[in-house]
Design a protein around this ligand. Structure first.
Ligand SMILES: [Zn+2]
Length: 336
């Protein structure tokens, strides 16, 4: 009798762990939020190979990541290391310590994909990539942090050992950023090239991010000089209230183009020129200042780290998170 009850419980638990993440696909957040916490799937979902946290030591010598070497520019110096060490350092640099395991795992898979694709293209020939977060991916020497902090990052790398993201059989450009401000951006809107898996998607629950909303104030004289430098034909005379014209928005709620002083300016150019947090901005003139109110932080294309964390906290596993932010992709083992 007892045995059959235990068996029924086991079957129920297995079903909850395996079936629920898939049943939720499509609307991961809403459904996950309605689940009781106990029914949330374990972070190491069914897609992960058998290198869970407890097996971290054995995975260190046997997994794909440990066997794969990568050349990285660290503070300008070429350093060769195994992919496991590299990815551990990326997680330490890229994510706040308080973020959830599923978010760490999603970041590990995105960063592994990014690194292997960069390796194929030799982004910093002969090195695969550099340690700058604004150029490639941030990297922090795992030896420079506490053993506990390092072990936690390593566990996320090991739990996803060798897993990468593909679209149409090819490694994707797995871009990511801090916070979108509510919606991510199409790749074409920011870089001009259309990639089917980098499409604008909703990204909820980011309100806690430091730069969810931000303000950049520029003295009017500097604003005028900068615009004139970008386009000498701009006419910024007379009443400043008439300087700001029509705005063309992107699918992700960014500024594709804004007319200023009778001339069109690209949102990406203004972001660069005025060091704005993102291209999702509103502009107003206030006294002797131009005021940009921005939403989000970063290029806003691909996976939002704060959005991924919100999904993880709602009970989604790393695979569900990745498939939310990268449209129409598959997740599977890398080829040796
Ligand atoms: Zn770089």
């Amino acid at each position: 009798m007892r045995k059959s009850v235990a068996y029924a419980l086991l079957v129920l638990l297995l079903w909850a762990a395996l079936a629920l993440p898939y049943a939720r696909r499509g609307t991961p957040r809403a459904a996950a939020e309605s689940l009781p916490a106990a029914a949330a799937p374990p972070a190491e979902g069914s897609a992960a190979p058998a290198t869970a946290e407890s097996g971290a030591d054995s995975a260190a010598g046997t997994g794909f990541d440990a066997a794969c070497r990568i050349c990285v520019l660290v503070e300008g110096q070429r350093r060769s290391m195994d992919l496991r060490r590299y990815l551990t350092g990326v997680l330490l640099a890229e994510l706040p310590e308080r973020f959830s395991d599923a978010c760490f795992q999603a970041q590990a898979v995105a960063s592994r994909t990014y690194a292997l694709r960069s390796d194929a293209h030799r982004r910093h020939d002969p090195a695969a990539l550099c340690d700058s977060a604004s150029c490639c991916q941030g990297w922090l020497d795992p030896d420079s942090v506490s053993p506990q902090r390092r072990a936690r990052a390593e566990a996320a790398v090991d739990a996803t050992d060798g897993l990468v993201i593909r679209c149409g059989g090819k490694l994707i450009e797995a871009t990511f950023f801090s916070c979108s401000g509510g919606r991510t951006e199409d790749a074409a809107a920011v870089w001009g090239n259309d990639l089917p898996y980098l499409r604008s998607v909703e990204s909820l629950g980011e309100e806690g991010a430091a730069h969810y909303r931000d303000e950049t104030r520029i003295p009017l004289s500097e604003f005028r000089a900068a615009l004139t430098e970008l386009d000498p034909a701009v006419e910024l005379e007379g009443d400043p209230a008439l300087w700001i014209g029509a705005v063309v928005s992107t699918a992700g709620g960014g500024v594709e183009e804004i007319r200023l002083g009778g001339r069109p300016f690209r949102g990406t150019d203004l972001r660069k020129r005025f060091a704005l947090r993102s291209t999702a901005f509103e502009l107003r003139l206030e006294g002797e200042e131009a005021v940009f109110t921005t939403r989000g932080f970063g290029h806003r294309v691909g996976m939002s780290q704060y959005g991924a964390e919100a999904m993880a906290r709602a009970g989604n596993d790393f695979e569900t998170i990745l498939k939310w932010y990268y449209t129409g992709v598959e997740i599977g083992p890398a080829e040796r």
